[in-house]
Design a protein around this ligand. Structure first.
Ligand code: HEC
Ligand code: HEC
Length: 224
């Protein structure tokens, strides 16, 4: 992890391209598995997803693939519905979501919700000042920018609140930053009452780096 983040600092471009190539290779592999899936067993059920989301739902930071393990089932199912109906725009996930029936989405969501992948805190590339700023946004928000505390909705230490908001702790900084930018740019407009659009549009790039680096740095103890 640490080695990865040092490389990322020195070679941002190389890493982005490698990440893209990785995702494309995974799409091909996953589509192949998807087409070949017969009677689903527990492992076979998540096989097409595991190529990217990992065997235990741990995700893959370098390719911006989120962790799914232990995330609430209703949240996961809602995201699959939203990829399919286009309120959350992502070409890769739209293809997978559209290929699933409603009961299949429900089953997969429940399966990932029940997983508890080991979690290693991400070696952070932000400095102490950034971490402090991230902590401040998480716990207090920023009154001058009218940003509410993230944890007010996302739960203590960003652990998530069932039926209300997903966990942020333990997600990679790469994925979280991508999600915040998607809210800002309105390619993700699936948040009820545009709560996250409002929050995200009041954050600048430095805030996003700080708050996502902070949540990514939280260890397994932050999750249940
Ligand atoms: C080729 C790689 C790939 C495969 C295969 C894949 N995903 Fe994803 N998945 C992604 C990426 C990348 C994202 C983040 C997209 C974004 O930023 O919106 C994602 C996002 C998600 C999310 C949203 C999570 C969140 O925290 O909001 C869910 C749920 C999900 N995937 C479920 C699945 C399921 C179920 C399958 C199998 C049917 C699957 N994915 C297969 C790459 C993949
Ligand atoms: C008023 C409540 C509220 C506040 C405050 C809030 N969020 Fe959220 N956030 C939500 C909800 C609800 C969702 C899920 C939206 C959906 O259904 O996709 C969400 C989703 C997210 C996601 C996407 C997670 C994923 O797995 O894809 C990120 C990232 C995020 N919030 C970051 C933040 C940060 C950082 C802050 C603080 C600066 C914050 N949120 C403050 C309610 C809130």
């Amino acid at each position: 992890m640490r080695k990865n983040s040092v490389m990322a600092q020195r070679l941002p471009r190389a890493r982005t391209c490698a990440g893209l190539g990785l995702v494309l290779a995974l799409v091909a592999a996953a589509c192949f598995e998807f087409a070949g899936a017969a009677e689903p067993t527990a492992a076979a059920e998540v096989a097409p997803c595991a190529a990217c989301h990992g065997a235990h739902g741990e995700g893959m930071a370098a390719a911006h693939v989120p962790r799914l393990a232990g995330q609430a089932a209703d949240y996961l199912q809602k995201q699959l519905d939203n990829y399919a109906d286009g309120t959350r725009d992502n070409p890769i996930m739209a293809n997978f979501a559209k290929a699933l029936s409603e009961p299949q989405r429900g089953k997969l969501a429940a399966r990932y919700a029940s997983m508890s992948a080991p979690h290693l805190p991400e070696a952070t590339s932000i400095d102490a000042r950034g971490l402090a700023r991230g902590h401040q946004l998480a716990y207090q928000g920023d009154e001058t920018k009218r940003v509410q505390a993230c944890n007010g909705c996302h739960g203590p230490d960003g652990r998530g609140v069932p039926h209300a908001a997903p966990y942020l702790a333990g997600q990679s900084a790469e994925y979280l930053a991508g999600a915040l930018k998607a809210f800002q740019q309105e390619t993700r407009k699936n948040d009820a009452g545009q709560l996250m659009l409002t929050v995200a549009q009041r954050l600048n790039d430095a805030d996003i780096a700080a708050v996502t680096g902070y949540f990514a740095s939280l260890g397994a103890s932050a999750l249940r």
